[in-house]
Design a protein around this ligand. Structure first.
Ligand code: ZN
Length: 149
C-alpha cells in the first residue's frame, strides 16, 4: 500500500502535469504521475490531436516517459482531472498499466476527492487481455519467419 505522503506527492505532481495538458478539443485537462519502483516520479499530461485517435492520455504519457527513461517496474500511478468524482482511467490506459503490472491506481479530482484502487479491482481481466493476446500474436508472427528460413 502507498503511504499517504507519497500519495499526496503523486497527486500534486499530477496536478502540475495537468497544467501542461494540451487539450484544445475537449478542454478537459488531465495530469498523471507514475511512481517507479526505485522511487523516481514522472509526470505526464494529456496530449490531444486533431485526429482524435492519435491523442494520448496523461497516464500513458507518464508511463511512456518513464519507460523512455529506462524504468520498467512501477508501484503506482496517479491521475487527476477537474471532474465531479475522482477521474477513472480509460480502458486503453488500464491495458498499458497491465502491461507493466502497475498495481495501484490513485484517482483524484481538484476538489480533493481521492480513490485508491488496485488494477485488478478496477479491471479484473485486463491483465490477461493484454499479455496473452499480444504474446500469442507475436509468437505466431515469429513462427511464420521460422518457416520461411
Ligand atoms: Zn486513457
Amino acid at each position: 500500500m502507498l503511504n499517504e505522503d507519497i500519495c499526496d506527492t503523486m497527486i500534486k505532481m499530477a496536478k502540475d502535469a495537468r497544467m501542461k495538458s494540451y487539450s484544445p478539443y475537449t478542454k478537459i485537462k488531465v495530469g498523471a504521475c507514475i511512481l517507479a519502483s526505485d522511487g523516481t516520479l514522472y509526470g505526464g499530461c494529456k496530449v490531444e490531436n486533431g485526429s482524435s485517435s492519435l491523442s494520448v492520455c496523461a497516464e500513458r504519457a507518464a508511463v511512456y516517459k518513464a519507460v523512455s527513461d529506462g524504468k520498467q517496474e512501477f508501484d503506482a500511478i496517479a491521475v487527476v482531472a477537474d471532474t465531479e468524482s475522482p477521474f477513472v482511467p480509460c480502458g486503453g490506459c488500464l491495458q498499458v498499466m497491465a502491461e507493466f503490472d502497475i498495481p495501484e491506481i490513485v484517482m483524484a479530482n481538484l476538489d480533493g476527492d481521492i480513490r485508491v484502487m488496485q488494477l485488478e479491482e478496477l479491471a479484473p481481466f485486463v491483465k490477461y487481455m493484454g499479455v496473452n493476446h499480444v504474446k500469442e500474436r507475436y509468437e505466431d508472427h515469429f513462427n511464420v519467419f521460422e518457416e520461411l528460413e
